[in-house]
Design a protein around this ligand. Structure first.
Ligand code: C2E
Ligand code: CA
Ligand code: CA
Length: 850
């Protein structure tokens, strides 16, 4: 049967059911068959009024024609003569071949005696003419009901026939096997598909073969099937493996019902069977491929395991055991012994992962956990596997592999560590610090009682140290500084290296700003200890800036920036100290940070100026020379003092070109003055040399070049070098000093007394003079207090044949003291502040005497 036809049939039956359900009287299709038009005209309105669809006809042949055209339900036979009436009734009955329509005969009273004939012909009821309309209505009501009942029966029969046909079609052509069998499995009836599935050409062929009881049914599942079926009355989706006629295995899914007799005895089973062999083969291939996948994931170095979930036994490959340091026979094959070795923190997660896979929620099982090796160490193991499921979807066993991922994880952790830590010092880097600072500031914003501080620390003059001592030693110093910083911090607080010689300290949960300040002080104290590297002591100081969450920060980056700004402030305060951020610093600091970039152009743009401060002979009171001191005439910031930019120039290396410019300029100037002012033909000029210049390879050559170009007497040039520069790398310093001496220039130790081993090494250096640091001069009181050091230096200098200069002389008292001590030369505000070329020339003209 094709689908469209069967659909249409089912549609007709559906209509009927719908009508039966609603029980609405349906207008009957009624045929009035009568010889007399007037008579038919009398009955017709009554029928129409009752909702009948009326058709009329007046000959026998017409009756047959009408009946063939429409399925009439009520036929009114209205003839005055019994003959044609009987004939019509016979025709009607013949047409319907059963009592499918109701026949009402309308006849004159005299025809009643022939009623038997009419009844034999199939009439259901009579109405006598002349008609009483009430009586007719009552009769019609009854007949209508009768017709309806008939119709229902017809439709019901039709529906049954339809469904039987459907079933037959289905039975014959179904892709599903349908059968009836005895409880023992003897097939009573089966459709062709059922026979085909088991390898027979037809049911007849199948029935002809003497099948033993349950012949195609393996006995164990058959028993289970029977038990379940008879207990529940029906069974759905039961999967079994049958044996076909040719011995092939047929995988089936079966639904069945038990049919019992009135006393409850089982008569037969009826069932529908679906061939799922293809599906099963595909599934098994999948499982196998998954197993193969699991095994393929691993090389020979991986261990293998197989777990029978039904018996809860496990097979572990020798390699599996070996990976954990066990010999084959040493280790029991049991799931328990696996789990026993898993780290207690990991075992729950492992079990959970297994359970999810066994529940069918993950396609593969995969878990990484720590396991204890026989030697006691913990190893990371990656276990992978897949469950093998039964037809019911229930996992039967699991198979998989295990690989040792300890090394891979270690490498990963190392990578992660590197991403967040500084390689040299091992400290957290800027990224990690910022992450922690972000969390800390967020917490500080939520909690009133929680305060966070940041100390930004920058080593003073580190570039200098790095270049004079070499990169390697520089790094060693950084490592030691890092250790000291850590030692100043409470456990858990972060010390990070955020740049070359820049560190940041994160103080979490501090009481107040005072605590941050105290930490900064502690760091300063720690750093006063000499750092022993490369066979000598090195001293470092640091400038620190502090910002604190009490100052109200939303963003970690802002807090960090302000700590850095405060650090720059500390630098300008003279280094080796700390500054606490206040908002007024911000602008200045920004300008300050710009200095570096501007400074790069200062030489080319001719923004540098030289100022000169006279050096006076205390014996004669005459000016004997000048110290050249650089200034920076910045177009926007005005005159900038060297204390503000020289250290930047040193740290960036810009001091090299700046220093050369100063030297050339000073020498040119000296030459002019010597020529212009006859009284000052022996004038000398002091030029400061920074440590950075001092470590320049070609310094001596460059100076020689300048001397040549400016044509000055080398003996008129005095190079000032601070004691600490000489001490930082004595051997190199010594070499350079000797070379400079060969040029016949004079050498002076600047800031003498502030260095670390002032007196002991003095003899070593081929220097010509000492400049007593102004802090000693400063301390000399009016009444001769604190003169001992100055006296000692002066005496020492005289013994070694060195000229001694006192700098920073501000008062008459100091001048008198120095005279008493027989100090030769002096320099200071008392005589003059550093001044411009024009002012110097004015003074030289005046030829003053002190
Ligand atoms: P310095 O070499 O010790 O120079 C002496 C500093 O003391 C000068 O400061 C000078 O103005 C100041 N001074 C002089 N007399 C007195 C006084 O009576 N009382 C006080 N309180 N100070 C006095 P300035 O010019 O600001 O230079 C500061 C430092 O900058 C210099 O210290 C030097 O280290 C460096 N510097 C200046 N010019 C140059 C240069 O051309 N090259 C290099 N490498 N460094 C330079
Ligand atoms: Ca100086
Ligand atoms: Ca000085």
């Amino acid at each position: 049967m094709d689908a469209v036809a069967s659909g249409a049939k089912r549609g007709a039956t559906d209509d009927m059911r719908r009508w039966l359900a609603s029980r609405k009287p349906l207008g009957l299709l009624t045929l009035i068959a009568g010889g007399n038009v007037a008579d038919r005209g009398q009955i017709r309105p009554i029928l129409t009024a009752r909702g009948h669809q009326v058709t009329e006809c007046d000959t026998l042949s017409e009756v047959v024609e009408k009946l063939n055209a429409e399925p009439f339900q009520l036929i009114v036979v209205d003839w005055a003569d019994p003959e044609p009436a009987t004939e019509v009734c016979k025709q009607v009955r013949k047409h319907f071949q059963g009592q499918d329509a109701v026949i009402l005969a309308v006849c004159p009273a005299e025809m009643v005696h022939s009623s038997d004939k009419l009844i034999d012909a199939g009439v259901n009821d009579f109405v006598i003419r002349p008609m009483d309309s009430n009586l007719l209505s009552a009769r019609l009501g009854f007949l209508e009901q009768w017709a309806h009942n008939l119709m229902e029966r017809v439709w019901a029969e039709e529906a049954l026939r339809e469904s039987e046909e459907e079933f037959r079609d289905l039975f014959e052509s179904s892709p599903i096997g349908i059968y009836q069998s005895t409880p023992e499995g003897r097939i009573l009836m089966a459709n062709p598909q059922m026979a085909r599935m088991l390898g027979y050409r037809s049911f007849e062929e199948m029935a002809a073969v003497d099948l033993e009881e349950g012949g195609f049914w393996p006995s164990y599942p058959r028993e289970r099937f029977k038990m379940q079926l008879e207990r529940d009355g029906e069974i759905r989706g039961f999967e079994a493996a049958w044996t076909c006629r040719d011995g092939r295995t047929l995988f089936v899914r079966e639904s069945a019902r038990v049919v019992r007799d009135g006393t409850g005895n089982v008569i037969y089973y009826t069932g529908a069977v679906e061939d799922i062999t293809d599906q099963r083969v595909a599934e098994e291939a999948l499982v196998e491929s998954e197993q193969r996948y699991a095994l393929a994931m691993n090389g020979a170095k991986d261990g293998l395991w197989e777990w029978d979930l039904i018996s809860d036994t496990m097979h572990l490959s020798p390699r599996w055991k070996q990976m954990l340091g066990y010999e084959e026979e040493e280790f029991p094959d049991a799931p328990g012994s696996w789990f026993d070795l898993v780290h207690s923190e990991d075992v729950d997660a492992l079990r959970a992962e297994l359970a999810t896979h066994l529940d069918g929620l993950t396609p593969h099982f995969e878990h990484e956990h720590r396991m204890q090796h026989q030697d006691g160490t913990w190893r990371w193991m990656l276990s992978r596997g897949v469950a093998v499921r039964g037809k019911d979807g229930i996992p039967r066993r699991m198979a998989g592999s295990q690989s040792d991922t300890t090394e891979r994880r270690r490498a990963e952790e190392e990578l992660l560590h590197h991403a967040l830590h500084d390689r040299l010092t091992g400290l957290p880097n800027r990224a990690l610090l910022m992450d922690r600072l972000r969390r800390a500031t967020a917490l500080a914003n939520r909690r009133q009682d929680y305060t966070v501080g940041v100390i930004f620390l920058d080593l003073d003059r580190f570039k200098l140290i790095n270049e004079s001592l070499g990169h390697e030693l520089g790094e060693k110093i950084l490592v030691q500084v890092a250790q000291r910083l850590e030692s100043c911090m409470p456990q858990g607080d972060t010390v990070a290296r955020v740049g070359g010689d820049k560190f940041a300290l994160l103080l979490e949960g501090i009481e107040s700003m005072d605590e941050a300040r105290a930490t900064a002080d502690a760091i300063q104290v720690q750093l006063t200890q000499a750092i022993w590297v490369g066979g000598s002591d090195v001293f470092v100081t640091a400038s620190m800036g502090i910002a604190c969450s009490t100052q109200g920060y939303d963003r970690a980056a802002d807090m960090m920036r302000d700590a850095e700004v405060a650090m720059y402030k500390a630098k300008t305060k003279g280094r080796a100290c700390h500054a606490i951020f206040d908002p007024s610093m911000r602008e200045r600091a920004v300008a300050w940070m710009q200095i570096e970039s501007y400074l790069r152009h200062a030489v080319q743009r001719e923004e540098l100026r030289l100022y000169y401060q006279p050096i006076v002979s205390l014996a004669t009171g005459n000016i004997v020379g000048f110290e050249a001191l650089v200034r920076w005439q910045h177009p926007e910031m005005g005159l900038i003092s060297p204390s503000k930019f020289v250290h930047i120039a040193e740290e960036t290396g810009l001091i090299v070109p700046i220093g050369m410019w100063v030297l050339r300029e000073a020498c040119l100037q000296l030459q002019r003055w010597r020529q212009t002012f006859s009284d000052y033909a022996n004038l000398t000029i002091n030029v400061n040399l920074s440590g950075r210049q001092f470590s320049q390879q070609n310094l001596v050559k460059q100076i020689e070049q300048v001397l040549k170009e400016t044509d000055i007497d080398p003996g008129a040039l005095r190079l000032e070098i601070t004691e600490s520069v000489l001490m930082e790398d004595r051997n190199t310093a010594l070499k350079a000093l000797r070379q400079l001496k060969e040029l016949n220039v004079k050498l002076s130790i600047d800031d003498f007394g502030t260095g670390y081993s002032s007196f002991s090494h003095l003899e070593l250096f081929p220097v010509d003079s000492l400049k007593i640091d102004r802090s000693f001069i400063n301390r000399m009181g009016v009444n001769g207090e604190n003169t001992e050091i100055v006296d000692t230096i002066v005496n020492l200098g005289r013994t070694l044949g060195l000229t001694v200069v006192a700098e920073g002389v501000e008062t008459e008292g100091q001048l008198n003291q120095l005279r008493t001590s027989s100090c030769e030369l002096a320099q200071g505000y008392l005589f003059s502040k550093p001044m411009k070329r024009q002012d110097v020339e004015a003074i030289l003209l005046r030829n003053p005497q002190w």
